[in-house]
Design a protein. Structure first.
Length: 219
């Protein structure tokens, strides 16, 4: 059993990660700005505390004594740049715990924009992507760039990029892995359900297979 602090537990991805981790018997602390927003059976099983991933001191408090800190933070309709602020706050908050082995691992929900397509260009270089979507893609890319400057022996971080298309659906428990290349099926589509994304993320919590790396998934 892992002790997990989860930021963004009320979001589309975070709520699935919470459900998946609890279902496997992990001890999850859901760190939310408004505890009243977390409802249902999972809210009764998780430890729920008030906190904010954009506040390094709040991160330090939530991360103390945990094995893994997960950020499923998303900017929503707000400034995409907060994705970068959140990752910097997350790393800074964990670093503040000291270097005596008490720092938990960090896993962040990434984006698909900076993945290479089978044809060669990056996802965000394809034509027809709306500007608001591009802004979020590039913010995820900037957050990943920052993570790549963090020595893995200082903070053991991992970034998980979804498939190009991710949406609520079925939990199949199956997926295929990639590194910096988009995972596509035989029809050339890159897809994953939020439920199976959560499966892959909790698998990473349990396996610790991609320290200091970004990886991606798809069917």
């Amino acid at each position: 059993m892992a002790k997990i602090a989860l930021f963004g537990a009320t979001g589309t991805i975070g709520s699935r990660v919470l459900h998946e981790a609890l279902g496997r018997g992990h001890q999850v602390t859901a760190v939310v700005r408004d505890p009243a927003r977390l409802s249902g059976a999972d809210a009764g099983t998780a430890v729920v505390v008030r906190g904010n991933v954009l506040d390094p001191a709040s991160v330090t408090q939530a991360a103390a004594g945990q094995d893994v800190v997960v950020s499923a933070f998303g900017p929503g309709p707000g400034d995409p740049g907060t994705l970068v602020s959140a990752v910097k706050s997350l790393i800074g908050g964990v670093q503040a715990l000291g270097a005596d082995g008490s720092r938990p691992r960090v896993i962040t929900v990434g984006g698909a924009g900076s993945l290479r397509t089978p044809g060669g260009p990056l996802v965000w270089d394809q034509a027809g992507i709306p500007e608001p979507v591009l802004a979020v893609m590039h913010a995820h890319g900037d957050a990943l760039d920052f993570l790549r400057t963090v020595p893995v022996d200082e903070v053991r971080w991992t970034n998980l990029s979804p498939a190009a298309r991710i949406e609520p659906g079925e939990r199949t428990g199956t997926y295929r892995l990639g590194d910096d290349d988009l995972v596509v099926n035989d029809e050339g589509h890159s897809l994953i359900s939020t439920e199976d994304y959560a499966v892959a993320l909790v698998d990473e919590i349990e396996r610790d297979a991609h320290a200091g790396k970004r990886f991606t998934i798809g069917y």
